[in-house]
Design a protein around this ligand. Structure first.
Ligand SMILES: NC(=O)c1ccc[n+]([C@@H]2O[C@H](COP(=O)([O-])OP(=O)(O)OC[C@H]3O[C@@H](n4cnc5c(N)ncnc54)[C@H](O)[C@@H]3O)[C@@H](O)[C@H]2O)c1
Length: 325
């Protein structure tokens, strides 16, 4: 049976990074039925992402590196979705110290604050499929070796390890969800973003695409609504405590196949040229999601073509950011 994540009602919930792409969709899901606090310094997020929920939430403009603010905010809630991060392999190569500060110190601030909160029911950490590095085998299950190949992936893994150390030592009710390649409305389409949002944004503007490498590299693209559902399942299923889940679709498409789908959905020509592969990016990626299916009842529900169609429609209505950074 497909589990629809609807159980969080009347709870005090913190979403860090809630003004960002994924966080704002989680906020939209939770805000009507819960008391949602959102901590974000708007480094990469935007209040525009919160147009649906802004009147239903408490927005705390602040930095996850601010220990006191984090402690004050965590003390008010029972559930935490931790998404605030310096996101992306390429961005992290440009500023690895900053990446480390936000992603690792930010997590440590949160965990230390959680230790003093006896009401905490669950901390759901948004981890990343990037921590696996180049696949040793496919599909990638949770036991796959961890060989992060960028400062970003190292910092995401370190934060995950901190969270599980605090689970073991202090019994914190932690769970981690490792997304593979997320996409959907409101996603950043700057140079630091991923292929789907950059390709759609350029197609909207009538600009040609750049494909890094031969275009045969494959990705497991996951639509935003499936990520939101996985988060709420991870927050509510008792079996999720102390567990890590790969969250994606288990289906892969090459970059060339992605471009074909974009052509079909948009009806545009979508011309492209090639550039060399970029450092810090893997060739192939595909998630094994059996554990999330079994323990969470998670089922991805949106295929790539449908997800691209929904994202394209939303972009037509101004639903994606347009390379602000
Ligand atoms: N997008 C993906 O494909 C993907 C894949 C795997 C994991 N993730 C993880 O999911 C989470 C959300 O990613 P996203 O794609 O929505 O990115 P995003 O950049 O849209 O969201 C991150 C949010 O964190 C905020 N933030 C950044 N630094 C902060 C700080 N110091 N203090 C407070 N807030 C801060 C940003 O302003 C932004 O709103 C991240 O933790 C990311 O590592 C994303």
């Amino acid at each position: 049976m497909v589990e629809q994540a609807t159980e969080l009602k009347g709870k005090n919930i913190l979403v860090t990074g809630g003004a960002g792409f994924i966080g704002s969709h989680i906020v939209d899901r939770l805000a009507p039925d819960n008391n949602v606090f959102l901590l974000d310094n708007l480094f990469n997020g935007s209040l525009d992402n919160l147009s649906k929920s802004k009147d239903m939430i408490t927005f705390v403009k602040g930095d996850i590196r601010d220990k006191e603010l984090v402690a004050e905010t965590v003390a008010r809630v029972e559930y935490i979705f931790h998404l605030a991060a310096h996101v992306g392999n390429i961005r992290s190569l440009k500023d690895p110290y900053f990446d480390m500060e936000v992603n690792i110190k930010g997590m440590l601030n949160l965990l230390e604050a959680c230790r003093s909160n006896p009401n905490l029911k669950r901390l759901v950490y948004s981890s990343s499929g990037a921590i696996f590095g180049e696949a040793k085998y496919l599909p990638i299950d949770e036991e796959h070796p961890l060989n992060p190949e960028s400062p970003y992936a190292v910092s995401k893994l370190a934060a995950e390890k901190y969270a599980f150390a605090y689970h073991k030592v202090y019994g914190l009710p932690v769970t981690a969800v490792r997304y593979f390649n997320a996409y959907g409305p409101r996603q950043d389409s700057s140079e630091y973003a991923n292929a789907v949002s950059i390709f759609l944004s350029r197609t909207l503007k009538g600009e040609p695409l750049t494909v890094f490498g031969d275009g045969e590299q494959t990705r497991d693209f996951i639509f935003i609504s499936d990520i939101v559902n996985a988060n709420v399942l991870a927050a509510t299923r008792p079996a999720a405590i102390g567990e890590i889940f790969n969250i994606s679709t288990g289906e892969v498409h090459s970059i060339k196949q992605l471009i074909e789908i974009i052509r079909e959905v948009t009806g545009k020509e979508v011309p492209y040229s090639h550039q060399p592969f970029r450092k810090g990016e893997v060739k192939h990626s595909k998630a094994n999601i059996d554990k999330a299916k079994k323990l969470l009842g998670y089922r991805p529900q949106t295929g790539l073509k449908e997800g691209i169609r929904l994202t394209w429609e939303a972009m037509g209505r101004g639903g994606n950011k347009d390379g602000r950074r």
